[in-house]
Ligand binder design. Structure first.
Ligand SMILES: [Zn+2]
Ligand SMILES: [Zn+2]
Length: 390
């Protein structure tokens, strides 16, 4: 009997509400993150904001501090939930290795002596913004990864525009939740500033009343604890916000930044600072490529034509080592690029509109066979709807 996809999902994700919510395998760490947010806010509301109400008696302005703290915390928790509980951009697995390997980079094909074997090339070349980008084959998911996609070893999934796996939110950060993740981190930084400032303000009022700082500290030790906590936490979330502001401005993921730091590469995705920001905050993230509540794809239940073990044999030790860390190579080097396109054309390509880019990415998808997988999942979804109607 066909089962819903989330029940037989091969990744390590945890599902709740019948597959409606999808978390990473380390979702339990969310409890720690929640406590790190909620406990200080409760302390702040109990020992600082409540007392500040009496400091601003005019038109009940003191309640504003209380209300802002509560509303802003709800806002932060909502962003945390949206980051953690949604599909970060998981690429559907293929039930068997791709048959069509046209367009591969012949230099990367693998020769196996003494046995007849499928020679799946490790890389394939696709075009992004008119420039060649080499994408790699994922043994686990049995797909050629789309550009910027990487396999998360924690979740065991290929994730589009993989940024990193965040242990604090217990989820991969990828194409579909990056915006929420950034807003969560930056909002947390703002919450730190707010709690720190209000606690400092309360301390000032106490110092005015009691005369000395020591007396003020004795009167409200919670304020000092909160100020110290926010000060330390701000270095973390504030620093992370600054780092991601830089990454967004240069259109890089954290993964790409760490991996290609030492290399001088042309970033084929960089469309200028303003456009890069528009891309992150104003473009549609697209719906999930997988309907986890649909019934298991019948195709998926068929035995793959080539087992993953056999595929593994085809790769050298070096290739296997590279599997986890070596996910995609953004474009070729500068020299090779100059052979393909002259710099004027590159500039021209970068200034093209979002529509054009979307079209190019869909070309990339079809080159990688992603659309065929998606359509198979869509047909599967239709199948499940029919089943539900019965
Ligand atoms: Zn994968
Ligand atoms: Zn992950």
């Amino acid at each position: 009997m066909a089962q819903q996809l989330y029940k037989v999902w091969k990744g390590k994700n945890k599902f709740f509400l019948n597959g409606r919510l999808i978390f990473g395998p380390d979702a339990s760490s969310l409890i720690v993150t929640l406590l790190l947010i909620i406990v200080p806010v409760v302390l702040f509301c109990s020992f600082v904001a409540r007392n500040l109400i009496h400091e601003f008696p005019a038109q009940n302005a003191g309640y504003a501090v209380f209300a802002v703290a509560v509303m802003f915390t709800i806002h932060v928790l909502l962003l945390l939930f949206l980051t953690s509980a949604c599909d970060p951009g998981i690429v559907p697995r293929s039930p068997h290795p791709p048959e069509d390997v046209s367009g591969y980079d012949s230099s990367a094909s693998i020769e196996v002596s003494g046995r007849q074997s499928l020679q799946l090339p490790r890389t394939k070349e696709v075009f992004v913004n008119g420039l060649p980008v080499r994408v790699k084959y994922c043994e686990t998911c049995m797909i050629y990864r789309p550009p910027r996609c990487s396999h998360c070893s924690v979740c065991d999934n290929c994730v589009e525009q993989f940024d990193h796996h965040c242990p604090w939110v217990g989820q991969c950060i990828g194409k579909r939740n990056y915006c929420c993740f950034f807003l969560f981190v930056s909002s947390s930084a703002l919450l730190c500033i707010f709690v720190f400032s209000m606690s400092a303000l309360y301390m000032k009022f106490l110092m005015d009343d009691f005369g000395t700082a020591w007396e003020a500290v004795k009167e409200s030790p919670a304020s000092i604890v909160l100020m110290a906590y926010c000060f330390v936490l701000f270095w973390f979330v504030g620093g992370l916000t600054g780092f991601h502001l830089y990454l967004i401005g240069t259109n890089q993921t954290t993964y790409e930044n760490f991996r290609y730091k030492a290399e001088t590469r042309i970033n084929v995705y960089d469309r200028g600072c303003a456009n890069n920001y528009v891309e992150v905050f104003c473009s549609r993230k697209g719906s999930s490529k997988i309907n986890f509540r649909s019934y298991e794809n019948e195709e998926a239940s068929k035995p793959p034509k080539v087992s993953s073990q056999e595929l593994a044999v085809n790769y050298s030790d070096e290739d296997r080592r590279a599997k986890v860390e070596d996910d995609l190579e953004m474009g070729n080097d500068l020299f090779k690029m100059s052979q393909w396109r002259d710099s004027e054309e590159v500039t021209d390509i970068r200034s093209r509109t979002n529509d054009r880019e979307a079209q190019q990415f869909s070309e990339v998808d079809s080159a990688l066979g992603i659309n065929s997988q998606v359509s198979s999942y869509k047909s599967d979804r239709n199948h499940s709807r029919k089943n539900e109607r019965r």
